[in-house]
Design a protein around this ligand. Structure first.
Ligand SMILES: Cc1ncc(C[n+]2csc(CCOP(=O)(O)OP(=O)(O)O)c2C)c(N)n1
Ligand SMILES: [Mg+2]
Length: 367
């Protein structure tokens, strides 16, 4: 397992980390502080969203608490031209790509048909959240085949060459869609990274039931090489993803990363994890927290109390702003249904919209 930063916050790269170190060495102290700031901000946001759900503001929330190391490191390893296909827990990745996190709130409030800013399904090349487990593995492979056919990758210009990264969970690897995506990715040598956040549970089913071999080996039989990383180590996540994406952009085909991490919270706001997992297991993972270990590292490399206080203040302000805007969000009118069907105005949609408006108005006349 590739690890650079131990759970105790010591920089001690594993032997397997060697080929990835050149990528890590490009980072500066300012990058480490950015990683930390984003991890703290998104954790604070996640807590706020969980509270908003409990207070009846959101229909559902899917917490990301505990998975910030895997997400922040890998997101910083992407380039603007890369295409990201998330599942539904990738809040830190959305944030780093520049998606306004109120857009995720809009989705979980149930007042949008999807898309960001507010209806664009590929705003910032961050594609829509996908709750149908594993289906977006196929979408991402299709997209990666498309950018190859369009000549947008492996042209020898790394500043603009494109790649695709798709995120899904340990449970998703059991889906037929993911296997099919592996077949097509290997056959067409797509410029693509499959990033598995192995948080050890698929709702109440432990990964040990679904996978008899480590997940990073799942691709091997398809011809897709894999790397296993400590997903709570933001440095490992950055360095390994940077290399895998660079390989993808330069014609080396698809690959897989398995990030070992843990979902500290419930699967969703509808789940009670105390029904199926032990407190002992949870406490063991809390000791491997991705934020705490980076904090130790930063303190030992000279970050002072003022830095940490200011990060926590910024995160609290960020969450307060989200709360204020979340409460003010209103549902769009029914015309938004018609607006989201075609990318351009369409006569049948206009006709149907006019019919619905007249139908609605007929009630007003009766009243
Ligand atoms: C096709 C499909 N089957 C079942 C479900 C119900 N479901 C929602 S989340 C989930 C578990 C997913 O686990 P994993 O892939 O490990 O992702 P995690 O939620 O742990 O991040 C299941 C079975 C679904 N959303 N879609
Ligand atoms: Mg899981």
């Amino acid at each position: 397992m590739v690890q650079l930063l131990t759970p105790e916050g010591k920089f001690a790269p594993s032997a397997s980390a060697e080929e990835f170190l050149p990528y890590f060495e490009k980072l500066t102290d300012a990058d480490f502080r950015k990683f930390y700031t984003d991890m703290v901000t998104v954790r604070r946001y996640d807590t706020e969203a969980t509270n908003l759900q409990r207070q009846g503001q959101l229909a559902l929330w899917v917490p990301s608490h505990g998975q910030e190391g895997a997400q922040v490191g890998s997101a910083y390893a992407t380039k603007d031209q890369d295409h990201i296909f998330p599942a539904y827990r990738e809040h830190a990745i959305a944030h780093i790509r520049g998606v306004d996190l109120i857009e995720l709130i809009r989705q979980f409030k149930g007042i949008t048909h999807g898309g960001w800013n507010p209806f664009d399904p590929k705003h910032k090349n961050f594609h829509i959240y996908t709750l149908v487990i594993g289906s977006h593995a196929l979408h991402s492979t299709g997209y990666a085949m498309g950018i190859t056919l369009d000549g947008k990758t492996n042209t020898g210009t790394p500043d603009t060459d494109e790649a695709v990264i798709v995120y899904f969970g340990d449970g998703a690897t059991s889906q037929g869609d993911v296997s099919e995506a592996f077949v097509f990715a290997a056959s067409y040598q797509t410029p693509q990274v499959f990033f598995v956040q192995n948080n050890h549970w698929a709702i109440s089913v432990p990964v040990s039931v679904q996978a008899r071999v480590p997940l990073y080996l799942r691709g091997t039989g398809f011809g897709i090489p894999g790397t296993q990383i400590d997903g709570n180590d933001v440095f490992a996540s950055y360095a390994v993803t940077a290399k895998h994406l660079e390989d993808a952009r330069s014609g080396k085909g698809p690959s897989l990363i398995e990030a070992h991490t843990y979902r500290i919270g419930a699967h969703t706001s509808s789940d009670d994890p105390t029904k199926y997992r032990t407190d002992e297991e949870l406490q063991g993972w809390i000791k491997k927290d991705p934020i705490a270990r980076l904090e130790t590292y930063l303190r030992e490399s000279g970050a002072d109390e003022k830095f940490f206080t200011s990060v926590h203040e910024q995160a609290a302000d960020f969450a307060a702003d989200i709360r204020r805007r979340a409460v003010e969000l209103t549902a769009p009118g029914p015309e938004s249904i018609f607006r989201s069907v075609y990318s351009e105005p369409h006569p049948v949609m206009e006709e149907q919209q006019a019919w619905l408006a007249a139908y609605d108005a007929s009630f007003e006349e009766e009243a």
